[in-house]
Design a protein around this ligand. Sequence first.
Ligand SMILES: [Cu+2]
Length: 65
Amino acid sequence: MYEFEIRNMTCGHCASTVEKAIKAADPQASAVIDLGAKTAQTKLDPSAINAAIETAGYPSSFRQI
Ligand SMILES: [Cu+2]
């Protein structure tokens, strides 16, 4: 599992934008988004997903958990 820290994800609209970016990067990814913690968790391909989140306008970093 990988956890992405997405500091500028502040509302439901942001969360849905981030979720769409994750799904577009990897249709197999199931994202668990926690708006309160500003994190998303996925199982697959963190580099591509991180790039997609950033392209959507949200600076992101990830770590293995
Ligand atoms: Cu927002």
